[in-house]
Design a protein around this ligand. Structure first.
Ligand code: PLP
Length: 402
């Protein structure tokens, strides 16, 4: 059963205007802020003054507007915006662990996240176990008394497995671990916090901003948690400093208000292509197809009417075949041979050779990632039938259709 939470309406109802009544709050182009009384500055440092800005690595009004809007969208009390998705992920993870702790992570995640978990965290004596989070019994078996975090993507990049957030939350609770969910693929469609996640992270570079003109991220959660992140003595984001530029925040805030329309159009186009690929016998994976193993699970967690997301994969078996098809699709205007996703144009890339190349080939095979896998981030095409016809012609000419 789809849930009734409507993040788009919540956002539409949010009123934020600037000092002069400007409908788009002005950009606070300042690194530091003045105080009329020295005592107020001292109180602000110890976190005791509401509504005062101290220094932009801590809070900046433009970042606060965007963070508040994201919190409304996510159903969390608060949020904090970062300079990239990776800094949101790494800060959220580092904030939870000490030397000797353990993280249980999904085997399929974005390649950069995988590399951080596998290659970087061991420097701090933090152990990471990778499991197939779709197999809840494997998750349960891998939990330890010192497990501090279960980490997963709602829809995993690029294999599109769907995480069972309510069940993962129950398992996390058995050892007092936090559930951190990367919801980059499904903003508005799925609201992980309302399903039990403690912390939701985003690469806003993707769908949320949707313009491919910047790199940005976000961390959403309880107010106490966000305040702990910016604590001047121990807060991970305050001390590592991955803050987003306020000018970018202002731009992203404006783009956020069209996110629901874009997600619906991305989803409708992806659904059309996925169905047509399946009809012509191409191996396709899409969360909106009943053939997807977690189709029912996805539906049970999704908010109504936002579709099934804009990302699908097709498996053409061999990397050379995938490359030839991608080059030809680019030449004929289907979209761009480029990494990333959530853009108004269709983007396609061979995951194993690009965004997941940090994952060793043996592990790619173990995960079930074919070398001929093309990930499509389907664009906002007004005539998707025409787009499909071009792809169909390319597939035929390359001898893939029989
Ligand atoms: N999370 C997911 C699911 C991603 O796909 C990506 C990038 O591709 C990231 C995080 C990293 O985000 P960024 O490139 O904004 O640092």
């Amino acid at each position: 059963m789809m849930k009734k939470f409507d993040p788009a309406t919540k956002l539409q109802q949010l009123e934020q205007f600037g000092e002069y009544g400007e409908v788009n709050p002005s950009v606070t182009d300042a690194a530091t802020f003045t105080f009329m009384q020295a005592q107020t500055m001292t109180d602000t440092f110890s976190g005791e003054t509401e509504g005062c800005f101290l220094y932009s690595r801590h809070w900046n009004p433009s970042n606060k507007y965007l963070s508040d809007a994201l919190a409304v969208m996510e159903g969390t009390e608060a949020a904090w915006v970062t300079g990239s998705g990776m800094s949101a992920i790494t800060s959220a993870l580092l904030h939870e662990v000490n030397s000797g702790d353990h993280i249980l992570a999904s085997m399929t995640t974005y390649g950069g996240t995988f590399a951080f978990l596998k290659n970087y965290l061991p420097k701090f004596n933090v152990e990471v176990t990778f499991v197939n989070t779709s197999k809840l019994e494997d998750v349960q078996k891998a939990l330890r008394p010192n497990t501090k975090v279960i980490y997963t993507e709602t829809v995993a990049n690029p294999l599109l497995q769907v995480a069972n957030i309510p069940e993962l939350k129950k398992l996390a609770q058995t050892v007092g671990a936090k559930l951190i969910v990367d919801n980059t693929f499904t903003p508005m469609i799925i609201s992980p916090y309302l399903l039990g996640a403690d912390i939701v992270v985003y690469s806003m570079t993707k769908f949320i901003n949707g313009k491919n003109d910047c790199v940005a991220g976000a961390i959403c959660g309880d107010a106490d948690y966000i305040n702990s992140l910016i604590d001047v003595n121990k807060g991970t984001v305050m001390l590592l400093g991955p803050v987003l530029d306020p000018l970018r925040s202002s731009n992203i805030l404006k783009n956020l208000y069209t996110l629901h329309i874009r997600m619906k159009q991305h989803g409708a186009n992806a659904m059309y292509l996925a169905k047509r690929f399946e009809e012509i016998g191409i191996k396709v994976k899409y969360t909106g197809l009943p053939s997807h193993p977690e189709y029912e699970l996805f539906k049970s967690m999704a908010n109504e009417d936002f579709g099934f997301g804009g990302v699908l994969t097709v498996d053409l078996g061999k990397a050379e075949v995938a490359n030839a098809v991608m080059e030809e699709m680019q030449l004929r205007g289907v979209g761009y041979l480029a990494v990333s996703l959530g853009y108004f144009k269709t983007l396609f890339s061979n995951s194993g050779k690009s965004t997941s190349s940090e994952i060793p080939e043996t592990i790619q095979q173990e995960m079930g990632m074919s070398e001929g896998l093309i990930r499509f981030s389907v664009g906002l095409d007004n005539n998707i039938e025409n787009t499909f016809n071009i792809i169909y012609a390319v597939l035929q000419e390359k001898g893939i259709l029989h």
